[in-house]
Write a protein that binds this ligand. Structure first.
Ligand SMILES: [Zn+2]
Ligand SMILES: [Zn+2]
Length: 426
């Protein structure tokens, strides 16, 4: 007996088509797709008026375990992923201990498997302890299951170290995910350096703190032939650098976070620490450049940079509160509402950037619904608006600058490897 999903609008992000089809799941696979499949003795779920998309893939999240389990655990983080329609996620290594040891890579993978909400592909540290001093053992980390390398949370300050890292990643056909931040320029900044930081009288982070390192790493990508993936791009200058590098055939890709597409630094004036994130929310010119970069493909994929913290931590002063907020449960409805519901792009185009291309860049299975593929799929409701209510988040992190927004396109069912892991219809 299988699970027969009937009458849904099935989105193909590669053909950019939407067709009404049934999908039959058996075990962890999609075993049949087509119009009016025989019902047999299958468990039938009617999806009339709903969209079915391949399980989303987020290449940049923070699961906080080991070490910071008051912020999030692998269990709550993957449950949040499932609630957000994500089947595969890539957690960053800035845990405690840091994911710089194969043992920790294996632990994170196994712990996620044990809970079964989503598949987890750890991104291992570039340098031991994220200290920027000594390269980790890329080969051993890769063999343990790490799919990429990053010192996210910090930039790799030494160009020599980054060059070594790129060469090591290239040997494995892997990539370096770059958190671009030159600490001699970002200093103790707590938000974007501009009109609002001056108004609030706080230290700012200039756009060049980010762009200088992106420029450096593009040069190093060209010199080494390695793949550099730029995380959470925020300033206009960075979008231009990446566009130019792509034109010149350099192996650089970029991700953009929903908050950098949808918010600017005015939010910090309104919401204080709930708008504090690194890289910071920039000004409107930068935000629009990110939107343009996303639409023209300069910024290849959406990544949430889901960064949960406790409410107490975020209730501190702007100087003291940690960077980041929860994001994975609302990224699909945020982008669906802003870009698809508003008619700026199709759902197939959005899903390509949230599933198909992330799979391609990070060499993961997934990103398309075809017979024989793993049954990772997300069902979303295009018609029923719902308010963002952080109290209902599965994530331990309840802080988001999007609280209270009315959104369309919520994921209402998520299947991972044939199992129903999220059901908001129940
Ligand atoms: Zn980062
Ligand atoms: Zn991050």
């Amino acid at each position: 007996m299988g699970i027969l999903l009937t009458n849904g609008f099935v989105v193909d992000p590669i053909a950019k088509s939407v067709t009404r089809q049934d999908i039959l799941l058996e075990g962890d696979r999609i075993v049949a797709m087509g119009v009016a499949l025989p019902r047999g003795n299958h468990q039938v779920r009617d999806l009339t008026d709903l969209y079915v998309v391949p399980g989303l893939i987020d290449v940049h999240v923070h699961l906080r375990e080991p070490g910071y389990t008051h912020k999030e655990t692998i269990a709550t983080g993957t449950m949040a992923a499932a609630a957000g329609g994500f089947s595969q996620i890539c957690p960053m290594p800035n845990t405690s201990p840091v994911t710089d040891d194969p043992e920790i890579v294996r632990y994170v993978i196994e712990e996620a498997k044990r809970h079964g909400y989503a598949q987890v592909h750890p991104i291992a540290a570039v340098t031991k302890g994220l200290k920027g001093e000594e390269l980790t053992d890329f080969q051993a980390l890769y063999e343990a299951g790490a799919i990429a390398f990053s010192d996210d949370g910090r930039g790799v300050q030494s160009a020599e170290m980054m060059k070594k890292a790129l060469l090591a990643a290239k040997k494995l056909n892997s990539l370096i995910a770059v958190h671009a931040e030159d600490e001699t320029l970002s200093k103790k900044g707590v938000m974007h350096e501009g009109e609002i930081s001056r108004l609030l009288g706080v230290e700012g982070i200039p756009t060049e703190a980010e762009s200088v390192m992106i420029a450096r790493d593009i040069v190093l990508a060209q010199a080494t032939g390695a793949h550099v993936h730029i995380c959470h791009v925020s300033p206009e200058s960075a979008v231009s650098l990446i566009a130019d590098a792509k034109r010149r055939g350099i192996r650089v890709t970029g991700e953009v976070a929903p908050h950098h597409l949808l918010l600017n630094d005015q939010v910090v004036k309104q919401l204080g620490t709930h708008g504090k994130v690194n890289p910071p929310l920039r000004d409107e010119i930068d935000r629009l450049a990110c939107v343009r970069g996303f639409f023209d493909g300069t910024l290849d994929v959406i990544a949430t940079d889901h960064a949960p913290h406790s409410e107490e931590e975020k209730a501190q002063s702007l100087e003291k509160a940690p960077n980041g907020f929860t994001g994975i449960e609302i990224s699909l409805p945020l982008l669906y509402t802003s870009f698809v519901h508003s008619g700026l792009m199709t759902l197939a185009e959005l899903v390509e950037r949230m599933s198909t291309l992330p799979a391609k860049l990070f060499h993961l299975d997934g990103g398309q619904l075809i017979v024989g593929s793993r049954a990772d799929l997300t069902v979303l409701d295009p018609y029923t608006p719902r308010i963002v209510n952080p109290r209902k988040f599965k994530s331990k992190g309840k802080v988001t600058p999007f609280a209270g927004r009315s959104l369309y396109g919520w994921p209402i069912l998520t299947y991972h490897a044939g199992n129903l892991v999220h059901d908001s219809m129940a």
